[in-house]
Design a protein. Structure first.
Length: 353
């Protein structure tokens, strides 16, 4: 079952509200007294630009704009990632979890498997199937094993309830992939934090992607088209420019295949860290000299002292064609096209599209 997102309620006229709040904090004289006055007196282009500039600064003004979503088809594992954001919110505590601005104003209400009969969840395919299982579900495949296991769990659940075991106890069998419904109320600051961080190449877009796409599409359709471009990963600064990758070590591990996922193409083309520098040196026309891949270059360092004459665009063009340089190159290119749609930017150069 593919997750579905519906925007239920939202702060009306969010751009006008942000404009009034901003003016109230910056101007000594009179300010607009109503949303209607802003609409009548402030040019639309100015209003939209101010809204964009304010929310990109991640300042508390955006905490005054609220949204309530209904998320259908959310796996238990994704729900746990959502709600754990409430943990460790005291100043100084990190505990390895995310800190969302104004967390007290974010809340969830979940459909409970304590009273929800899960006796047909496998028949209805109400569970998430990871992309890593592949597309084939024929005999002996990972997908077949996954589906068969879900059916076995369903039958065991049904047997327990028939034996008189309460559903709230039988549910302990239900896997993390089982799906249900959940509501999510959050403010704009929290939304920007979530879609930015989970929109990062490294941080599990595979599980978050349908939810983020659904939320953005709902906002862009029902509130304002500008919301279609609010996703920017942590490496992008308030001026919409690439700054630096926060996950260099993870990307470096992907280059050596200690981590079995493709590295981020934006990191490869834009970051100044050691791993990206090794790649850029390797991309020179006189590449190889005994090295068969970027992983080899990174280990031997034979290119580390050479100048790197390629522009960012040239690096990107070379990277797209350089099948022998990057581990899981085909997978990287396929995933890059998904990020192109999400980011509204070139996934190699961060040029707007």
């Amino acid at each position: 079952m593919n997750p579905r997102v519906k925007l239920l309620t939202w702060t009306p006229d969010p751009m006008e509200v942000v404009y009034i709040l901003w003016e109230a904090s910056k101007v000594d004289g009179p300010i607009p007294e109503s949303v209607e006055e802003v609409k009548a007196t402030v040019p639309r282009e100015k209003l939209e630009q101010l809204f964009w500039d304010v929310i990109r600064q991640r300042i508390p003004v955006s905490e005054n704009i609220h949204f309530t979503f209904i998320l259908d088809g959310v796996s238990v594992s994704l729900r746990e990632q959502m709600v754990r954001h409430r943990i460790g919110v005291h100043v100084g505590d990190r505990l390895g979890v995310d800190i969302i601005p104004d967390i007290g104003d974010s809340s969830w209400w979940s459909q409970s498997m304590r009273i929800q009969d899960m006796g047909t969840f496998a028949d209805r395919e109400m569970y998430r199937v990871p992309d890593s299982l592949g597309d084939s579900d024929g005999p002996g495949t990972a997908r077949e094993l996954f589906h068969d296991t879900m059916k076995q769990i369903q039958e065991s659940y049904k047997t327990l309830t028939m034996l008189g075991v309460p559903m709230e106890d039988a549910r302990e069998l239900i896997p993390l992939g089982a799906q249900h419904r959940i509501s999510w109320d959050l403010n704009l600051a929290a939304l920007l934090h979530i879609v930015g961080k989970r929109g990062c190449w490294i941080l599990q877009l595979g599980i978050w992607g349908p939810i983020i796409h659904g939320m953005i599409n709902e906002l862009a359709t029902k509130v304002h088209p500008m919301f279609a471009r609010i996703v920017s990963p942590p490496c992008i600064d308030a001026n919409d420019q690439f700054a630096s990758c926060q996950y260099r070590l993870e990307n470096a591990r992907r280059m050596t295949q200690e981590d079995q996922h493709p590295p981020c193409p934006l990191w490869l083309c834009r970051d100044k860290g050691d791993g990206a520098s090794a790649l850029l040196s390797a991309l020179r026309s006189d590449h190889v000299d005994g090295c068969e891949s970027v992983a080899s270059v990174a280990h031997c360092g034979c290119h580390s002292q050479r100048p790197i004459p390629l522009t960012v665009s040239a690096r990107a063009e070379t990277l797209i064609e350089a099948d022998n340089l990057v581990p899981r190159h085909r997978e990287m290119k396929e995933r890059a096209e998904q990020y192109r749609t999400l980011w509204r930017h070139n996934p190699y150069t961060w040029e707007p599209e």
